[in-house]
Design a protein around this ligand. Structure first.
Ligand code: 4FN
Length: 222
């Protein structure tokens, strides 16, 4: 999978995407990730990428020309152009699974007050938000999306972590888990988990997962 990111803050991407599983995916060639500075696509000698909104009002908007040209420069046939923006549909595991099949993704991140509307209307194929809070720019959302997609690329995860997908695809939160010691400061591990009775353990876990989901995230049960 190839992912291009357009941002005004390429340096923000340096640490998080060079660690752990993402790093291995990149080294193995399973994930081809390129971060592009939007400012490199500005025309004028001041390298301006933003301008004031028509009609007045506070703040600045990202101009259409640099973003259109950057995307056209990167997009071959069939690249999916995704805008990260609070106006987007909320990113979730189902969207991650769907996007993980895309061959070439271009993520466009915002700054200032946002984008000229023509970018949204005529350039983007899709618009995603990672949640409802005010951010300074779209770099962290882009990294969240990249992280969620990367681990779904076949070959990126070992068997252990893949198991997590099975539990999530059942749509429930995790059941409580314990490791040694069996008693810590008077706090005991539930007896059933020490019993060796695998059928009882599976039953207990299924019950706890459902209970916890119902109590804490009823929205996941639909
Ligand atoms: N944010 C809200 C309402 C109005 C504006 C914002 C906001 C960065 C360029 C967008 C934020 C959150 C999740 C991108 C927020 C995301 C962004 C995201 C984002 C600078 C303009 C801005 C009602 C959601 C609180 C700033 C609500 N997922 N504007 O944050 O890019 O992807």
């Amino acid at each position: 999978m190839k992912i291009d990111v357009l941002t005004l803050f390429p340096a923000m991407f340096a640490g998080p995407l060079d660690e752990s599983i993402i790093r291995r995916a990149r080294q193995a060639g399973l994930l081809e990730l390129q971060i592009h500075n939007l400012r490199d696509h500005a025309h004028d000698r001041h390298k301006s990428v933003d301008d004031r909104p028509f009609g007045g009002g506070p703040g600045m908007l990202l101009k259409p020309e640099p973003i259109f040209e950057a995307v056209e420069h990167l997009a071959g046939q069939g690249a999916r152009v995704v805008l990260l923006s609070p106006t987007g549909r909320q990113f979730n595991q189902a969207i991650a699974s769907e996007l993980a099949h895309v061959e070439h993704l271009i993520l466009v991140t915002g700054h200032y007050e946002g984008f000229d509307e023509r970018i949204r209307a005529h350039l983007a194929d899709d618009e995603l938000s990672i949640g409802d809070y005010v951010l300074t720019n779209g770099a962290l959302p882009a990294m969240v999306v990249i992280d969620a997609l990367a681990r779904l690329i076949p070959g990126v995860l070992g068997d252990e972590a893949s198991a997590l997908d099975e539990s999530f695809s059942r749509g429930l939160l995790e059941y409580p888990q314990y490791t040694r010691p069996a008693e810590f400061r008077g706090m005991k591990v539930p007896e059933v988990l020490l019993s060796g009775n695998h059928a009882e353990i599976a039953k207990w876990r299924a019950h706890e997962a459902r209970l916890r989901t119902k109590q804490r995230r009823p929205d996941l049960l639909g």
